[in-house]
Design a protein around this ligand. Structure first.
Ligand code: FAD
Length: 391
């Protein structure tokens, strides 16, 4: 890892679409010295959360992936990228080339543990993960995400480093903060609980009985992939799936979802799920899946037993399960910001135009209305401009 300076005007945490977009604009606005801005990222390589996604995911399978600002200068575009290659490889490759071309000097792999106050400044404390082999990172839950229960005891942790800064851009996304709702019997289940973020490939489930939970595009993608692999497949959704009679999301549908996110962020509420605002478009592949009875979601089960899920009060109310895949979404990864006390009683952080309203030194890129690749691009320009105006 390139040593990070002990002081920088701006620290950006996260080198996904949002963090890279902010870094690009800061560079363009002529912050060029090492001490001007520092980008820190936990992942072993370029690609943000995309590098951790499952191998069968292709660009365009879910939604459109927008190019980073300035990517055209490199002759790269996701629109013309190879659709036969895993999205994780294409995005990692393009982001890596982007970082090099614009000399964004991302410091990785480093895990930011906390951000606190130091007088009028902020102090960012991070652990350098570079000497640790991937297997150890995986065992500790640090490969791609951090789970509290996997954390090493304090006396076994590597020493922390610090950067003092005037401005913080938090662009940590959601991948590291998977959400799984609680259902009675979860602890008694003898099979495997997996979240979207644990899914690797359909073959892992050959000849097994699988229950997929969730009403969004990830759940639907898993159902389609597992159809000819699993011995039994059950789809359940906590809410009726909001199908829309279009092949793709149109601008109106997407902007309604963005408006919902924006309203929640501006009022400090917990963010609603994106799919609750957009609905799920019926692509040809999905429409065919509905037609043949695969993509018909049952209502949520009531409880889980050792080898099944159960609907109470329904005679035939059970489905066998060797594994339950929870495609139930993510939450913003903000634990390391806890010392700044940004979270409101309503459950979220009040954010408008990417700025945390309770602390003018702090920006949240990729949060709420910016939580898409197009939103993350807009965040970059908007946040970099505000910082430049204050520097
Ligand atoms: P990320 O890409 O998650 O980047 C965050 C970075 O922060 C990561 O590299 C991580 O290592 C780092 N980080 C996190 N915490 C720390 C820490 N404490 N210390 C150091 N580093 C840290 N959007 C679209 O527009 N089109 C799509 O087709 C699409 N498909 C999607 C499919 C799935 C399955 C999912 C979950 C999301 C999808 N999205 C899509 C949403 C999209 O991925 C995001 O909006 C966007 O890519 C996220 O960018 P980001 O920079 O905010 O976060």
């Amino acid at each position: 890892m390139i040593p990070a300076p002990a002081r920088a005007k701006v620290v950006v945490i996260g080198a996904g679409q949002a963090g890279l977009s902010v870094a690009y604009y800061l560079r363009r606005f002529e912050l060029v010295a090492d001490e001007d801005f520092v980008v820190l990222d936990r992942a072993p390589g370029a690609g943000g959360a995309w590098q951790h996604r499952w191998s069968s995911l292709r660009l365009g399978t879910a939604h459109r992936v927008n190019d980073l600002p300035g990517m055209a200068e490199l002759g790269l575009s996701f629109d013309t990228a190879d659709r036969d290659l895993p999205a994780k490889e294409v995005v990692a490759d393009y982001y890596g080339r982007f970082e090099q071309h614009y000399d964004l000097r991302v410091h990785r792999p480093v895990d930011v543990r906390s951000v606190g106050n130091e007088g009028a400044d902020l102090v960012v404390r991070y652990e350098d993960l570079s000497p640790k082999p991937v297997e150890e990172l995986k065992a500790r839950g640090l490969f791609g995400r951090r789970r509290k229960s996997f954390e090493a005891p304090a006396n076994q942790r590597a020493p922390q480093h610090e950067i003092v800064t005037s401005f913080l851009v938090n662009a940590t996304g959601t991948w590291g903060s998977p959400f799984v709702p609680f259902y009675p019997g979860m602890g008694e289940f003898a099979g495997r609980h997996l979240h979207t973020s644990d899914y690797i490939e359909a073959e892992d489930f050959r000849d097994q009985h699988i229950v997929v939970v969730g009403g969004g595009t990830s759940a639907i993608g898993f159902m389609l992939e597992l159809e000819n692999v699993a011995a039994g497949l059950t789809w359940v959704s906590r809410r009726p799936v909001d199908w829309i009679d279009r092949q793709e999301l149109d601008l109106e549908g997407a902007s309604a979802a963005v408006a919902m996110q924006d309203e929640a962020a501006r009022s400090g509420r917990a963010l609603p799920s994106i799919v609750s605002g957009t609905g799920v478009p019926k692509s040809r592949r999905i429409a065919a899946g509905i037609e043949r009875g695969l993509l018909v979601a049952r209502p949520m089960f009531d409880r889980i037993e050792a080898d099944r899920v159960v609907w109470d009060g329904d005679e035939s109310g059970m489905a066998r399960a060797d594994a339950i895949i929870w495609a139930t979404g993510f939450r913003p990864e903000l634990r390391h910001l806890a010392p700044l006390r940004l979270r409101e009683k309503a459950g979220g952080v009040t954010v408008g135009q990417g700025a945390a309203w309770s602390d003018p030194r702090v920006f949240l890129a990729g949060y709420g209305p910016q939580a898409s690749t197009i939103g993350a691009n807009r965040a970059g320009r908007m946040i970099a401009r505000q910082i430049m105006a204050m520097l």
